[in-house]
Design a binder for this molecule. Structure first.
Ligand SMILES: NC(=O)c1ccc[n+]([C@@H]2O[C@H](COP(=O)([O-])OP(=O)(O)OC[C@H]3O[C@@H](n4cnc5c(N)ncnc54)[C@H](O)[C@@H]3O)[C@@H](O)[C@H]2O)c1
Length: 270
């Protein structure tokens, strides 16, 4: 169902790799709600993914940008304003990658070059995106910027590895930059803490199947899907949430506030 919540709004969506990506579903929903946008991803992802299909479907242009490169981000922001015909109303940062996870290095055996690279991609890139947009004065007043995160920033999930630290940093950047963006530009900055979701990034985490099934059993409403996350993001991009800023918003079916569920107790009952 569409409510025209984003009619006339313009933005940038980072991180749509394939149809499972949270950013892909968000692009589809934003399009349905009347928003227009530029799609962006790393050059290698553009070669390997299916983003052109999404661009066609949503009438969008695609601009390559490595989110760790300030030069790429400056180019992306200025070109997007030209293409869209004005400043931005919304931005989605849906980017994450841990080299330690990819290479099977445990949290207690990190390769720090991998750690630094993963932090740059998954966490510092959000600061780079915000700073580039802020310096270029590229957001309209009452615009909204969202990044995606996971509850491992607050609690230990052993196999989430160094991504836990990256997410803690990312959430802190949203708060800190949210202050300056709010004061100076009336722009809000938030993170959505999403349930485990079967995407390329999600499934890269060791033991993901156990992880997602456990969360499903622990959440009173069940896990939130990628499409539901897209719906939630649409509300945060809309004018209905103008005073929500500097928040980490749990979108997880109640998982984060559940100590234990009946289903999980039954697994352990003798
Ligand atoms: N899947 C989950 O279980 C889950 C749960 C909570 C939060 N998240 C977060 O959601 C976000 C999106 O992930 P997803 O699950 O949709 O997986 P995904 O693999 O579809 O998306 C990750 C994206 O990051 C992009 N990326 C990697 N390096 C980049 C770079 N240098 N520059 C620009 N883009 C780059 C990839 O190309 C890809 O499009 C991530 O921040 C992830 O941590 C995912």
């Amino acid at each position: 169902m569409s409510y025209n919540l984003l009619k006339g709004k313009k933005g940038i969506i980072f991180g749509a790799l394939d149809e499972n990506s949270i950013a892909w579903k968000t692009a589809e929903r934003v399009h349905e709600e009347g928003g227009t946008f530029v799609l962006s991803n790393a050059p290698i992802a553009l070669r390997m993914g299916q983003i052109d299909e999404l661009a066609k479907k949503t009438g969008s242009e695609v601009i390559a940008a490595d989110a760790t490169s300030e030069e790429d981000l400056q180019n992306l922001v200025s070109k997007s304003i030209d293409i869209l015909g004005g400043k931005l109303d919304f931005v989605l940062h849906s980017i994450g990658m841990s080299v330690n996870v990819r290479k099977g290095r445990a949290y207690s055996d990190e390769n720090y070059d991998f750690t630094t690279k993963g932090w740059d991609i998954s966490a510092l890139s959000f600061h780079k995106v915000l700073q580039t947009i802020h310096k270029a004065d590229a957001m309209n007043e009452w615009g909204s910027i969202v990044a995606l995160t996971y509850m491992a920033a607050q609690r230990v999930f052993p196999d989430y590895n160094d991504m836990a630290d990256n997410k803690a940093y990312l959430e802190s950047v949203a708060r800190s930059f949210g202050y300056f963006f709010g004061k100076e530009k009336k722009v809000r900055v938030n993170t959505i803490s999403q349930s485990p979701t079967a995407t390329t990034a999600g499934q890269g985490v060791k033991g993901f199947d156990g992880f997602i099934n456990y969360a499903e059993k622990m959440s009173p409403l069940g896990n939130a899907t990628a499409l539901e996350c897209a719906d939630y993001t649409v509300t945060l991009f809309s004018d209905l949430t103008k005073k929500v800023t500097m928040q980490n918003l749990f979108h997880d079916g109640g998982f984060s506030n559940t100590g234990v569920s009946q289903e999980v107790i039954e697994q352990f009952a003798k």
